[in-house]
Design a binder for this molecule. Structure first.
Ligand code: SF4
Ligand code: SF4
Ligand code: SF4
Length: 273
């Protein structure tokens, strides 16, 4: 990650673009959902490309390109390289852009197996895998330099609006280094692992969502990705103590952020011990 050190010319109004790659659009909606703040932002910057909201100028030169989604096709690779070449800063948002997202679960299998499964879900004649597919779903950072990242599935609306302002004013966007447990403690939330013996990944997952799931009485499933100082060995030992099998624990981490190194690599190592 970088500090915003390239000058942005406010005399000309900064230009922003929002790009979608393979994704569900949920992170773009998180930005649109707070319409008042978005309109306020539009009084300070020119939003030149944001297909979900209207403006279209995909390869315009911009100060900030915000990217949702993962890279899945050769066409995606071409597009992200073009976007990067035209942007002073690139901000990746959401689990799809940061780790490949739920679609990266296909990285654990091969095309033949995928085609077999697709016929369990779709009619025989449906061609789900399209021409030009890459063998794996990968994050944006696998193909181009990314300056800043915001985790979440979806991202938090307040966080993205703050990050945009911070980047434009030359400040590095804040990062959450604490796990979800910290928010639970500050907010006085009853721990679901202690009170209900319900598995919760909060001790190893980055905060940023305001502990939504524990506040609703359910365990965290890890949509913000790994916390900075995640102790995976202790987490796995706790889940085993609660009666989960190795396979069940593996599935807990092979989910939205399955390709995050902390979840992908450490789980395989710990379970094989
Ligand atoms: S990170 Fe989640 S909400 Fe955002 S685009 Fe991907 S699947 Fe949708
Ligand atoms: S509910 Fe989950 S996130 Fe909250 S304190 Fe307990 S283990 Fe941590
Ligand atoms: S508690 Fe966990 S799963 Fe729920 S929104 Fe927060 S990070 Fe995502």
């Amino acid at each position: 990650m970088s500090t915003p050190d390239k000058l942005i010319n406010f005399a000309k109004r900064p230009k922003i673009a929002v790009h979608k790659f393979s994704s569900c659009d949920g992170c773009q909606l998180a930005l649109i959902n707070d319409a008042v703040s978005l309109l306020e932002l539009a009084t300070m910057v020119d939003i030149v490309h944001f297909a979900e909201a209207g403006p279209l100028d995909e390869f315009a030169e911009v100060d900030l390109a915000i990217i949702e989604g993962s890279v899945n096709t050769h066409h995606d690779v071409h597009r992200i390289e073009m976007v990067r070449a035209k942007a002073k800063y690139v901000l990746s948002v959401g689990a799809c852009a940061l780790t490949g997202g739920i679609q990266a679960l296909r990285n654990f299998t091969d095309e033949k197996e995928l085609r077999h499964w697709q016929h369990d879900v779709y009619p025989e004649e449906t061609e789900v895998i399209i021409e030009g597919d890459l063998a794996t779903a990968k994050p944006i950072s696998a193909y181009v330099k990314v300056d800043f990242e915001l985790p979440g599935c979806p991202i938090n609306t307040g966080q993205i609006l703050r990050a945009i302002r911070q980047i434009l004013f030359g400040v590095e966007p804040e990062k959450n280094v604490d796990p979800v447990c910290t928010t639970c403690k500050h907010a006085g939330v009853t721990c679901v692992m202690v009170a209900k013996n319900e598995p919760c990944l909060g001790p190893v997952v980055a905060d940023g969502c305001d502990a939504i799931c524990p506040k609703l009485g359910r365990g965290c499933y890890g949509c913000y990705g790994p916390a900075k100082y995640a102790n995976m060995d202790a987490m796995i030992a706790k889940l085993k103590e609660m009666g989960l099998s190795d396979e069940q624990i593996k599935h807990k981490f092979h989910h939205i952020n399955s390709q995050a190194i902390t979840f992908h690599g450490v789980v395989a190592r710990t379970i094989s011990q």
